[in-house]
Design a protein around this ligand. Structure first.
Ligand code: CP
Length: 308
């Protein structure tokens, strides 16, 4: 196995990762799964800085740290911090970086993770910055794709929903561009994938196409990656109301899909996957969320330099 390329490194954007880096992290996640090294991060302290709501990302990072013997300080509500008094993100992160060994940060502003990384030498893990990036979500998505399909190369995958504001779609499309995949971007025209992401995929010569409807594409898919319409990113509530229910996957749509097709969703879901689908073999989103713990254990162990 190659040397730890994540030791001391910030994890800000999937654009910073090669295919080799990604496969290395996924292999380490498998290694963590097999060895269950429960004291590996003993003595290490994580700052959990969530300026925006989260269930999975925050709690899986905190659980990952604690299950490996490490400790956590932080906040889930920035209104209880000095940000409320007007402290800049730069100053807050500079100080927090003096107290902890690693910082996991979620923030509503695009580019804030890169800005935080400029404030401190303590490694920053971007747990989602606005509508920009969510790199550890992508790592767990890729782990889940590989687990469910045996390989990432060769798959047909549709990203569906809010591809404009959905940071998980941006990170995942960039990461998939390293692989031999066929991509379908399915969204209303106003919520299609941003040109800089499409251009990134194009530059890697990955085949992709744009669609407004899901049903024609469904039978071709190995992975259906559903996403939520990101209500909190819309400045115009009328525009949100126009698109909020544009994709609502129901059981009757799954009649013609491949038996091995799996549905992923970064969650939370609102109305875009009917709960009746949960009991079908196609539903894989809860397993996906569970994999987040494992992949985040691998990421923390690598960045903290406790594993090769
Ligand atoms: N997938 C994800 O980021 O979920 P949370 O917003 O609950 O962290």
């Amino acid at each position: 196995m190659k040397q730890n390329i994540l030791r001391g490194r910030d994890i800000i954007s999937m654009a910073d990762f090669s295919k080799e880096d990604i496969l290395y992290i996924l292999r380490v996640a498998d290694q963590v799964k097999k060895s269950n090294p429960n004291r590996l991060l003993s003595g290490c302290l994580m700052g959990s800085c969530f300026f925006e709501p989260s269930t999975r990302t925050r709690l899986s990072f905190e659980a990952a740290m604690k299950r490996l013997g490490g400790d956590v300080i932080g906040f889930a509500d920035s209104s209880t911090t000095s940000a409320k008094k007007g402290e800049t993100l730069y100053d807050s992160i500079k100080i927090i970086g003096q107290y902890v060994d690693i910082i996991v940060m979620r923030h509503p502003v695009d580019g804030s993770a890169r800005r935080a990384a400029e404030a401190t030498d303590t490694p920053i893990i971007n747990a989602g910055d606005g509508s920009n990036q969510h790199p550890t979500q992508t790592l767990l998505d890729l782990y889940t794709i590989k687990e469910s399909q045996k390989s990432i190369d060769g798959i047909h995958i549709a990203l569906v929903g809010d591809l404009k504001y959905g940071r998980t779609a941006h990170s995942l499309a960039q990461a998939l561009s390293h692989f031999n995949v066929r991509l379908y971007f399915i969204a209303p025209p106003s919520l299609q994938i941003p040109p800089h992401i499409a251009n990134h995929v194009k530059a890697k010569q990955v085949k992709f196409s744009f669609h407004e409807k899901l049903d024609d594409v469904l039978p071709k898919l190995d992975i259906l990656y559903m996403t939520r319409i990101q209500e909190e990113r819309f400045s115009d509530s009328m525009e949100y109301n126009r698109v909020k229910d544009v994709f609502r996957l129901t059981l009757d749509q799954l009649g013609a899909v491949r038996p091995s097709m799996r549905i992923l969703h970064p969650l939370p879901r609102v109305r875009e996957i009917d709960p009746s689908i949960d009991a079908t073999p196609h539903a894989y989103y809860f397993q996906q969320a569970q994999n987040g713990l494992l992949v985040r254990q691998a990421v923390l162990s690598l960045v903290l330099g406790k594993i090769e």
